[in-house]
Design a protein around this ligand. Structure first.
Ligand SMILES: Nc1ncnc2c1ncn2[C@@H]1O[C@H](COP(=O)(O)OP(=O)(O)OP(=O)(O)O)[C@@H](O)[C@H]1O
Ligand SMILES: [Mg+2]
Length: 234
């Protein structure tokens, strides 16, 4: 795969939340580029705007001003159908809260985005089983997600994020609710999946240990984005 083409670009990206008379300026005029194959951490304190930024990159929310480009296309120009396809087929998501369906089995959760896309059940099931094996949960495929541990659920969420072979993986504080050992396992897995699946990954976190798995970091602070040096944590 060509490792150097431009995957994502933000141009003068600005987000202001308005409620009544009140305005919250989260960030203003962010400009950055993310190339294919990069693993980028977005770091910054709570409230700095990391989740807001990921929502804009995923077309889950619209910027107040500015543009996001995916493969040089303005996602702001997408039709409703193109936006849905962008979110379902181009991007895999992992959130701090796993958003899995607790009553359903691990494999049912993993393959759901694939079925929504229109894949036939047997093909989806085979790929789902492969992905569960990749995250070390082959034995848990038929278990209800509600019975799994937090770390296991995040691994199911990672498998689900990859079911539609996305180009882009967006992860928002994916280890936020985990103890240190499960967090380390999930972050190691994230890095491995990034590599093995040829992904471009954007990871929002305030955890510097987690950020160390990335190739480079961008720091959000006071409404601005700067290249950051990740301190060594031993
Ligand atoms: N829907 C909303 N309406 C109004 N303000 C919002 C909304 N969502 C977020 N904010 C505000 O925008 C700012 C950035 O929030 P955001 O959730 O993006 O930060 P974050 O960096 O992800 O924080 P955390 O590390 O706690 O997850 C905060 O001041 C927050 O209160
Ligand atoms: Mg957040």
């Amino acid at each position: 795969m060509n490792q150097f083409f431009l995957m994502l670009r933000a141009e003068n990206l600005t987000k202001i939340y308005r409620s009544g008379e009140d305005e919250v300026m989260v960030f203003e005029n962010l400009n950055f580029e993310i190339h294919a194959g990069e693993f980028v951490a977005v770091v910054g304190e709570s409230g700095a705007g990391k989740t807001t930024l990921l929502h804009l990159l995923a077309a889950l929310d619209t910027p107040t001003r500015g543009e996001v480009y995916f493969l040089r296309e303005r996602i702001g120009d997408y039709t409703v159908r193109q936006r849905a396809a962008y979110r379902n087929e181009k991007i895999g998501f992992v959130w701090q809260m796993h958003y899995l369906l607790p009553e359903f089995s691990a494999i049912e959760n993993v393959i759901m985005p694939s079925l929504i896309r229109g894949e036939d059940f047997e093909t989806a099931r085979l790929r789902g089983a492969e992905l569960l094996a990749e995250v070390g949960l082959a034995q848990a495929a038929e278990r209800q997600v509600g019975e799994l541990s937090g770390g296991e659920r995040q691994r199911v969420a990672l498998a689900r994020a990859l079911i539609n072979r996305p180009q882009l993986l967006l992860a928002d504080e994916p280890t936020g609710n985990l103890d240190a050992r499960s967090a380390e396992r999930v972050s190691t897995l994230l890095e491995k999946l990034h590599r093995d699946h040829g992904l471009t990954s954007v990871l929002a976190t305030h955890n510097m240990e987690l950020a160390q798995h990335a190739d480079r970091a961008l720091r959000l602070a006071k409404g601005k984005l700067t290249e950051a040096v990740i301190p060594e944590v031993s």
